[in-house]
Design a protein around this ligand. Structure first.
Ligand SMILES: Cc1cc2nc3c(=O)[nH]c(=O)nc-3n(C[C@H](O)[C@H](O)[C@H](O)COP(=O)(O)O)c2cc1C
Length: 177
């Protein structure tokens, strides 16, 4: 069957019918909204809870880059959902200074033990998209686990809405479509 003929609603409905009932949680962090858009799009394909990672810092390009670079531990709002209730977790995040934004690396480190043994996925919209492949190794360093799969989208792909195919393929592997 040609997957391209599916709308995201149909896709999610089919995934549910096929017994894709693994409980999924999508954590996202987003400053200018790109990763929030992608997290919402992902949720259309993979039935899941959506949770925003929030910190208390005022955004500042240089400080944010520096904190990302040194993986500074920052104060984040406590997670709302109980991680133990989920078997599959997505992290949707921008890339800052070649690294995870500090609120994201803080979450990954802080809850590393609870993420252990679950199906983890890394999704990112960033300036350089797929060129940021090194972020996958950094994910492993922080969590101790490889993501089961990852999806790296560039800002230009998002703006021109050229990510649909990639996202659909990524979701299809997960839901078994
Ligand atoms: C502080 C800062 C540092 C950034 N550093 C990088 C980088 O090193 N590599 C990259 O590809 N994009 C970088 N970007 C671009 C963002 O990753 C990109 O615009 C992303 O889509 C923003 O996501 P958001 O709208 O969800 O916040 C940086 C943006 C900011 C604000």
């Amino acid at each position: 069957m040609n997957q391209k003929s599916f709308t995201s609603k149909e896709f999610a409905a089919t995934a549910r019918k096929k017994g894709c009932n693994m409980k999924s949680l999508v954590y996202f962090f987003s400053n200018t909204g790109h990763n929030e858009i992608l997290a919402q799009e992902l949720q259309k394909y993979v039935p899941s809870e959506l949770e925003k990672i929030k910190d208390y810092e005022k955004r500042n390009f240089f400080r944010d880059s520096f904190y990302a670079l040194i993986q500074k531990k920052v104060r984040i709002e406590p997670p709302i959902n109980d991680i133990n209730n989920f078997e599959r977790i997505f992290f949707v995040t921008p890339i800052w200074a070649g690294n995870f934004p500090a609120p994201v690396s803080t979450l990954l480190k802080q809850f590393k033990d609870q993420f252990s043994g679950k199906e983890l996925y890394l999704v990112s919209v960033s300036g350089y998209g797929e060129k940021n492949i090194k972020i996958v190794q950094k994910f492993k360093k922080l969590t101790g686990a490889d993501p089961k799969d990852f999806l790296l989208i560039g800002d230009d792909e998002l703006k021109e809405r050229k990510f649909e195919n990639k996202l659909q393929k990524f979701a299809a592997k997960i839901t078994g479509e």
